[in-house]
Design a protein around this ligand. Structure first.
Ligand SMILES: [Fe+2]
Length: 301
């Protein structure tokens, strides 16, 4: 692989656990990203989720060669358990070292357990049943945007071999979801009423910041959205937003200035949870932008 190769980074809104069970537009998009990763020579995946947070100063990096999968609400175990996560402890050590060099307190976590926010993505990306080698980094529960931008920036050099992925939510407020169809019918996709206006508005604002900025302006824009008047409507807590900052850090260097960022597939769940997907930078070979195909909009069981 030529040293100048830089792979795109991604922010995925993973939605509810119901997204494991049904092939939605985002799931089909994740499959497409996985296909491109394999076709274009990506070697590994580095992923920050929304459900592994550390309350102290120390970042944790997954250092368990055989992590258990934590049980998932609403989804039968057989729909996700037969998947080879292929954790890469050597990659985790490399990530730990780079974060350490950048001045973070950071440690490998030997007792790490895989949570649905990361294995849902890997499972859809790699339908062959085995992930590319990957490691997971925790986020920090004080939710300082600049801390997470710096984490991503520290790992940007790994984009020469890795896909850097954030798994969170552009619009993700569990307090504002309409839970009835999900809880009573296990159907998170039944839109019995239109999304509320704040979900539409903040989703548009997020998408506009991604697609109309690059380089350091992207970093500033994603951080500034935390002061948007509808941020607290769209994010009941900050945990699903940190991975967006992490990716903006990894894809918002001066060298990224002028490189396009793209909105991908999306769907709504539970009325107002907007599961939008984003690509930062181009694939090195065609197709440079991950295709969003018409068939992605057909949900299958
Ligand atoms: Fe989540």
């Amino acid at each position: 692989m030529p040293s100048e190769t830089i792979f795109p980074a991604f922010f995925f809104s993973h939605g509810s656990t119901g997204m494991i069970a049904r092939r939605t537009a985002p799931a089909a998009y994740w499959e497409e990203v996985g296909r491109q990763a394999l076709a274009q020579g990506v070697e590994c995946v580095i992923i920050m989720g929304a459900h592994w947070e550390t309350p102290d100063e120390t970042i944790r990096v997954s250092g368990n060669p055989a992590p258990a999968m934590q049980p998932v609400a609403w989804v039968p175990t057989e729909q996700y358990v037969n998947f080879d996560l292929n954790p890469d402890v050597k990659l985790a050590e490399e990530v730990r070292g780079m974060l350490d060099t950048a001045g973070f307190e950071v440690a490998l976590e030997p007792d790490f357990e895989q949570i649905h926010d990361t294995f849902m993505i890997l499972k859809w990306m790699f339908p062959g049943g085995r992930s590319l080698p990957h490691c997971v980094v925790s986020h920090n529960a004080r939710w300082d945007p600049h801390f997470h931008l710096r984490m991503g920036a520290a790992l940007r050099p790994l984009r020469n071999k890795a896909l850097i992925i954030g798994s969170g939510g552009a619009v993700h407020n569990l307090y504002r979801n309409a839970w009835f169809s999900g809880v009573f019918y296990r159907d998170s996709l039944a839109q019995t009423a239109p999304p509320e206006q704040w979900a539409i508005d903040f989703g548009e604002a997020f998408s506009n910041v991604v697609t109309q900025n690059s380089g350091p302006a992207l970093r500033r824009g994603i951080a500034r959205l935390m002061a948007h008047p509808q941020f607290r409507d769209a994010q009941g807590t900050d945990d699903h937003y940190m991975a967006a900052l992490f990716v903006a850090g990894a894809a918002g260097a001066l060298e990224d200035e002028g490189h396009a960022n793209y909105a991908g597939a999306e769907n709504y769940e539970l009325q107002s949870m907007r599961n939008s997907q984003f690509q930062f930078g181009d694939w090195p070979q065609a197709p440079h932008v991950t295709p969003v195909r018409a068939g992605m909009w057909e949900v299958t069981a």
